[in-house]
Structures are given as structure tokens and as C-alpha cells.
Design a protein around this ligand. Structure first.
Ligand SMILES: CC(C)(COP(=O)(O)OP(=O)(O)OC[C@H]1O[C@@H](n2cnc3c(N)ncnc32)[C@H](O)[C@@H]1OP(=O)(O)O)[C@@H](O)C(=O)NCCC(=O)NCCSC(=O)C[C@@H](O)CCCCCCCCCCCCC(=O)O
Length: 754
């Protein structure tokens, strides 16, 4: 370490130049440490080291930017300093601009001139990339003259996932450095590249398995005094090729196809295009202009909200006051899966990939063998895709439920049949060692009823996986009235280990996701009765951004699934005619789904459903003239006169009924906050991420407007309870529609559930 020690406090930022003698004294001064956002030290006499300090990801907050500017000036002004290294504290270079600042007044030095200051420096500046260099973090590194990365580092420009584009020169420097096709791909997908890939692409100059900071310091010493003319990326010409026009056209087509209405990917392509058509300075102006349009957009707001929502759901709480930070999960080393159908196989794969020992049980030998083969195939494909080692040896297969005696946690994944599940829970309760958590994979059955079959109901929780279970990111973790906080915490933690986003939800019919689906589906059926076709309803929903319309989803998951449930609920009355055919318990009911099932039309699996398919199992939905005729006949039979229903009505009725149920769920304490619902809908139900989730969308539309439309539709259809505005939305609208982060204050605390 060097000798001079100075400390200064300018514009709220501290610069500290320390040496070994002062280090101890300095480290004791924790208050100072907390204030410092860019820490300056001199190493080996001639290398100025700037360390970003803004835990947990060293985001470029105003104070950090100020710190970088101040310390850069300092390094440039000190004659002893011949080169500079920029690194991040705690093994993380930088997670980019501070997203939380975007919704506040922007203060501090702007990023673009700060990066220009670095690039224009006459002393070599080396970025030492450990952990992550993302977004503005990578843009900062691209402004440096050299980049050294640790082999485990990840680099990328993920702004598109926040509804933005790289707005600090990323769209102009990256194509100049690595060429248009590679830059376009990274910028429009926002994916993270490994250090090895970054080296191959030419984003970094060197990769090390040891300390990137040490390597960067050494490197900085070796390049001190060398010309920097060829190291400033902004001066590079953008690599050109004769097929550039075609490359951009293809990229534009691809993002338009996959974006489902999101504007950022399209705008990213436009910004990269400027790097080839304009000189650097003009390209930067264009980048700024395009960035500004995105920055203020509702989509950027929605995606940034969603970014924090996805993280917020891990800080779960229940109405009784159990919380993530006071409930300790118990370690789980060995788990079991009972039932190796489609869901059980996916769950087995997820558990094995998470590094757990798994006992996989299927009582029929033939099915067990089939499942074993299927699971092996899934593991092999997944290992290949992820470049991860195979996890075959983690799984033991058995025909006997007795094999689960010594596991820490069981996930039962048999058919959605309460009687069968009850029998299994009774057996498990006798077989498992004391303390084993008993989980059921169910999409809506009563957790408490299952818990009551066991000697230790506090160990029972629901784990609602989504198909395919080894791929889908969402897990609803359902706590019953008797589940212990420890059981809930353990299941939440298990979900995380399996790479899922776990959301804690209360016990009710359908939990959060499927409960909200009911009024949504109901409206879609009513729209058909009133004159719409499945294609029209689906088109409206797909234009809104859903991956698939409600009828296509229904065909995919199988119409018989809902039919079974409705039959069990006594709603299906075959052959009923007249008025009673469309009324159940005093409320409007559409038997359309039941009638299709009676015809053997179960969707894709039978080649016929709301659409037709070329064969059973076919995937391409085509409008079905038979269905249209059937609808006409149905309307005639029930005296319904078809009308032309406009897009707005279709959208409002489907979405607002779903949203209304979401408010009811909040009011009932089934979800702790709107973020939980939004994450469930985006990850599990194809809700377009750039619209934030149903609850966020309601806030964006305006709660008073949603309320007014619900009131209107409920007046028109008084016997549809799903359209009756819930009291929470009334309360919020009456309180001047507070922002979504304040909604929890308006939710009455329901009775303790846990
Ligand atoms: C970094 C990660 C990969 C780490 O993952 P990990 O799993 O380890 O941890 P978590 O994800 O749980 O995160 C921990 C914790 O940290 C919070 N956090 C993470 N990143 C940020 C961040 N960038 N800012 C703020 N906070 C962050 C996270 O929320 C967690 O805390 P919580 O309390 O919620 O639990 C991972 O975190 C990750 O992927 N992070 C995001 C990385 C990213 O997307 N970076 C890009 C950011 S956007 C950006 O960099 C933009 C720049 O290109 C350009 C900026 C230019 C700005 C100019 C503004 C001028 C405005 C002009 C307006 C014009 C309008 C007009 O004309 O009027």
C-alpha cells in the first residue's frame, strides 16, 4: 500500500487515500465506512484503486457516481499515479444504475459524462470485474480502457428487462467492440454472458480464476505509460458487413414477434441501428432520445415494479404475524416424491437438480419404469442445456411408500383427488420419521382437510407447482390454518433451492392463481353466449400481451380438468334445459364447457376443444366451424341474441373480473400484498410482464376507472357476483387511489390463520 493518507468530504462523498498504517484506525471508524460510496486507495505506489461501495450490488447511485467522479479526478491529478483500477466491494463489480432512483428526482453527476471522463483519461483505466457487471455497470467497464474479469463473473446489458435500453453508451460502444449481431442479441435479450463468453466475444481482455482486482492491478502496472489511442471504444468504427440491413430487419422481426407488445426490445434495435448509421456523438444523442421515451413509459414503470415485486415476495408474512425474518427453515437433505405422473416427474427433476437426495415412489411397477426413463431423459436434456453435471445418482426409485421413512420432506404429487390424497397422508403420517414435512402438490384442494389426516398437522403445507414443474419458475406455497411458521419457511426455502420464485399464500379454494381464474373464465364463457367467438376473445387477450388467450390455454390444459371440478361441485347438470340450465345457486352459469366435454372435446389431447387440431395432441389451433355452429344453436336454444361485442368490453370484462377477485383475495388475507398476486400472474399465468401484473395494471388504469366499469357491468349483469366491486377497491378509490405500495395500509387484518 502507498504512504500518503488523506481524507476529504466533498458534496457528501468521502475520498480516502489510505496506507497500511492508517488502515486499522480507518476500519474502526465504521460510521465513515458507511458514508463512503467510492473508496480510493493507492496500491504499489502507482496504481489508484477506486472501489465502488454500495451494498448489496454496488449500484450506481448519485453518491457512487459522485464518488467515482471525485476519485477519478484525484487519481488523474496525482503525479505518482500512473494507472487506475476500478472495482467493486464484496466481490461484485456493479449491478448497474440504481433502479430505485429512477422514480425519484435524479441528482448527482450523470452517468454518460462520468464514463466519458474515464474513457478520455490519459492514464490507463482497468475495470476489475468480479461477480457482476450489468447494465450501467458494464457500460462503466466499457468506458475503461481494459477489462479483466473473474471466471465466475457475469456480464450483460439487462436494461430491456426493465423496459429500458442501455442508456449510458452501451448501445453505441458494444456494437463497436463486438460487432452488431452479437451486440443486438445481448441487448435485445438482456441475458447475462459468462466471463468465458465475454472473453470469446472480445468484451473482456483477460479472465482469471484468482482475484480480478489483483490481476487488474498487475495489468494496470504493465500498461502504464502506453498509448491509449486504440483503447477508446467510442473512437472505433462500427464493424460493417454487406448484410447489415438484413441483420437489422431480422432482428426487428424477431423482437416484434417475441415482445408481445413490449416496446423496449424494438427500441433497443433502433438504438443499435444508430451505432452503424451515425457517428458516435450523434449516436449517443439518438440513444439518449430513445432512452427518454422509454424511461417515462408505463411499461418501464411496470417492469421496474415487477423487478422489485419478484424480490419482495421472499419477505413473506401471514395474517397471524409469522414472518420470513423470524421463522427459520429446517435443513432438508433428503426428500421424497409420491406419484410419478407428469407433475411428480418434474418435481423429482427439480429436487435432484437442487442437489437433494430424492426417493421417487410410484406404486405400479410399469409406471415406475416409464417414469424412471422419462426422468432420466429430462435430466440429460436439462444438464446439457445448463452445462451442469447429471443428477441421476441423486434419485432412488421405489414401488413402496415405506421407502420414504427417513426423508426430511415429502411432496405428494398424485392425481387431484381428495380421497386418494387423504389416504396417502394417513399412510405418510404413520411411516415418516417424526418431524418430516408433508407437502401436497395441489392446484386448489383444502390443505387443512389433508392436514387433519395426520398426527402433526403443523407439518403440512401445500406446494402448488406449475406444469412443466422442472421448467416453470412459480411455486405457490400454501399455508393452512395449522401449518407451522417453520413448515412454511422450509417449503419457501425448498422452492428457492429448486430455482423457483416461491410465493406464500393462504388456504382457500384455488389459492391465488386459480381462484382468480374462475371469474375470468366465467366472463369468457359469457362473452361466447352473447355473441363472441373463442378466436375473438383470444385475439383481444393476446393483443393485450397474454402468451395465449383463455380458450387456447383451456385447450392446452384440458377442458376435462375444470369439468371434473364442476361435477364434484354439483354444477354439472346433464340435459338440463330452459332457464335453469344457465343458473346455479341464483347466479348466472354457463354450461358451455360442460357441453363440450359431453361431446368428448377435451382440447388438444382429443384434437378438438374450443378449436380444432390436425390430430389428438396437435398444437396448432384452428377455428372450428363446428364450434361456431354449436354456439349459434346454443344461443338459439336459450333465446340469446348474438350481438357484436367490441374489444374494449371483452378485455374489460375478462380482466376486471379477475382483478376484482384479486382485491377480494387481498381483503381476505390470502395474499399478503399486491406484489404476490402480480408475481403469481406473470410467472404462472402468462400475464404480460411489461404490464406489471393484474394489480399493478389496475393501479395504472386507475382504480376509480376500474371501479366505475365494474359497477357498470354489474348493473348490466346483476346476477354475476364476480362483477360486484369488492369493498377494498371501493375503499382505495374513495381514498384517492393511493399508490400500490400503500395498499397494504388499507387492508383490514383478517383473523389469524397460522
Ligand atoms: C445484480 C443481480 C444479478 C444480483 O442478484 P442477487 O440474486 O444476488 O440479488 P438480488 O437480485 O436479490 O438483489 C439484491 C438486492 O439488490 C437490489 N438491486 C439489485 N440491482 C439493483 C439496482 N441496479 N438498483 C437498485 N437495487 C438493486 C435488489 O432489488 C435487492 O434488494 P431488495 O430490497 O429488492 O431485495 C440482480 O440484482 C440484478 O439482476 N439486478 C439488476 C441488474 C440490472 O438490471 N441492471 C441495469 C440497471 S438499469 C441501468 O443500468 C441503466 C443504464 O443503462 C443507463 C442509466 C442512464 C440513466 C440516465 C437517467 C437519466 C434520466 C433521463 C430521463 C429523461 C426523461 C426526460 O427526458 O424527461
Amino acid at each position: 500500500m502507498g504512504a500518503a493518507v488523506h481524507s476529504g468530504n466533498r458534496r457528501g462523498t468521502k475520498i480516502v487515500v489510505k496506507d497500511d498504517a492508517e488502515e486499522k484506525k480507518f476500519n474502526n471508524n465504521t460510521k465513515d465506512l458507511l458514508d463512503i460510496m467510492a473508496f480510493y486507495s493507492r496500491v504499489s505506489g502507482s496504481v489508484g484503486v477506486i472501489t465502488l461501495q454500495n451494498p448489496p450490488v454496488n449500484a450506481l447511485s448519485a453518491a457512487v457516481r459522485q464518488g467515482i467522479v471525485d476519485t477519478m479526478h484525484r487519481a488523474l491529478s496525482e503525479p505518482e499515479v500512473k494507472s487506475v483500477v476500478i472495482c467493486g466491494q464484496n466481490g461484485k463489480f456493479c449491478g448497474g444504475a440504481d433502479i430505485r432512483e429512477f422514480r425519484a428526482n435524479m441528482r448527482g453527476p450523470p452517468l454518460v459524462p462520468m464514463i466519458h471522463l474515464i474513457e478520455a483519461a490519459e492514464k490507463p483505466v482497468v475495470a476489475a470485474i468480479e461477480g457482476v457487471a450489468l447494465g450501467g455497470g458494464l457500460e462503466l467497464a466499457l468506458g475503461c480502457h481494459y477489462r479483466i474479469a473473474h471466471s465466475k463473473a457475469r456480464l450483460g446489458l439487462p436494461e430491456v428487462t426493465l423496459g429500458l435500453l442501455p442508456g449510458a453508451g452501451g448501445t453505441q460502444r458494444l456494437p463497436r467492440l463486438i460487432g452488431v449481431p452479437a451486440a443486438l442479441e445481448l441487448i435485445t435479450t438482456g441475458r447475462h454472458a459468462t466471463a468465458a463468453e465475454a472473453l470469446q466475444l472480445g468484451i473482456v481482455d483477460e479472465v482469471t480464476d484468482h482475484s480480478a482486482v489483483d490481476a487488474a492491478v498487475k495489468f494496470a502496472q504493465s500498461v502504464a505509460g502506453k498509448s491509449l489511442d486504440a483503447r477508446r471504444i467510442s473512437t472505433y468504427p462500427c464493424p460493417r458487413s454487406p448484410d447489415l440491413a438484413e441483420i437489422f430487419e431480422k432482428a426487428m422481426q424477431e423482437v416484434r414477434r417475441s415482445a408481445r407488445g413490449a416496446i423496449a426490445p424494438v427500441t433497443c434495435v433502433q438504438a443499435v441501428h444508430a451505432s452503424v448509421t451515425l457517428p458516435y456523438a450523434k449516436g449517443m444523442e439518438r440513444e439518449r432520445e430513445l432512452f427518454s421515451t422509454l424511461f417515462t413509459s408505463g411499461q418501464a414503470h411496470a417492469l421496474q415494479y415487477y423487478f422489485f415485486a419478484q424480490r419482495a415476495v421472499s419477505r413473506w408474512s401471514t395474517p397471524s404475524g409469522a414472518r420470513w425474518d423470524t421463522s427459520k427453515p429446517r435443513p432438508v437433505h433428503k426428500a421424497a416424491v409420491i406419484g410419478l405422473g407428469t407433475m411428480g416427474r418434474g418435481i423429482t427433476v427439480s429436487l435432484a437438480q437442487a442437489g437433494l437426495s430424492v426417493v421417487a415412489v410410484e406404486t405400479q411397477e410399469k409406471q415406475l419404469l416409464e417414469a424412471k426413463q422419462a426422468v432420466s431423459g429430462m435430466l440429460e436434456r436439462s444438464a446439457k442445456r445448463r452445462g451442469a453435471p447429471l443428477a441421476h445418482d441423486k434419485i432412488k426409485y421405489s414401488c413402496s411408500i415405506q421407502a420414504v421413512a427417513d426423508v426430511d420432506l415429502v411432496i405428494e404429487a398424485v392425481f387431484e383427488d381428495m380421497a386418494l390424497k387423504k389416504t396417502i397422508f394417513q399412510q405418510l403420517s404413520g411411516i415418516c420419521k417424526p418431524g418430516t414435512f408433508l407437502c401436497t402438490n395441489t392446484s386448489g384442494l383444502d390443505i387443512d382437510e389433508l392436514a387433519s389426516q395426520t398426527q402433526s398437522p403443523e407439518l403440512v403445507v401445500g406446494m402448488h407447482f406449475f406444469a412443466p414443474a422442472h421448467v416453470m419458475k412459480l411455486l405457490e406455497v400454501v399455508y393452512g390454518p395449522r401449518s407451522s411458521p417453520e413448515a412454511l419457511a422450509t417449503a419457501m426455502e425448498m422452492g428457492k433451492k429448486m430455482g423457483k420464485v416461491s410465493v406464500a399464500v393462504g388456504n382457500c379454494r384455488g389459492f391465488v392463481g386459480n381462484r382468480m381464474l374462475k371469474p375470468y373464465l366465467e366472463q369468457a364463457f359469457f362473452l361466447l353466449e352473447e355473441g363472441a367467438t373463442p378466436e375473438q376473445v383470444d385475439q383481444v387477450l393476446e393483443e393485450f400481451g397474454f402468451a395465449m388467450g383463455v380458450f387456447k390455454v383451456s385447450d392446452l390444459s384440458g377442458l376435462d380438468v375444470g369439468w371434473k371440478v364442476r361435477k364434484a361441485d354439483g354444477l354439472v347438470v346433464p340435459g338440463s334445459t330452459g332457464k335453469s340450465a344457465r343458473i346455479r345457486g341464483g347466479s348466472r352459469y354457463s354450461p358451455l364447457g360442460d357441453l363440450l366435454c359431453e361431446q368428448g372435446r377435451f382440447g388438444q389431447k382429443t384434437g378438438r376443444g374450443w378449436y380444432q387440431y390436425d390430430k389428438p395432441g396437435g398444437r396448432v389451433a384452428k377455428p372450428d366451424p363446428w364450434l361456431h355452429g354449436f354456439l349459434e344453436e346454443y344461443r338459439a336454444r336459450h333465446g340469446l341474441v348474438a350481438r357484436r361485442i367490441d374489444h374494449q368490453e371483452m378485455l374489460e370484462r375478462c380482466l376486471y373480473a379477475l382483478i376484482n377477485e384479486g382485491f377480494q383475495i387481498l381483503q381476505d388475507g390470502i395474499a399478503a400484498g399486491p406484489e404476490d398476486i402480480d408475481v403469481i400472474y406473470v410467472l404462472g399465468y402468462g400475464w404480460p410482464r411489461h404490464r406489471g401484473g393484474p394489480m399493478f395494471y389496475a393501479g395504472l388504469v386507475g382504480l376509480d376507472k376500474v371501479l366505475e366499469r365494474l359497477e357498470h357491468y354489474h348493473q348490466v349483469y346483476p346476477n354475476v357476483s364476480g362483477l360486484k366491486p369488492c369493498s377494498l377497491i371501493r375503499k382505495l378509490a374513495a381514498s384517492s387511489s393511493p399508490p400500490i405500495h400503500r395498499w397494504r395500509e388499507f387492508i383490514q387484518k383478517p383473523r389469524s390463520q397460522l
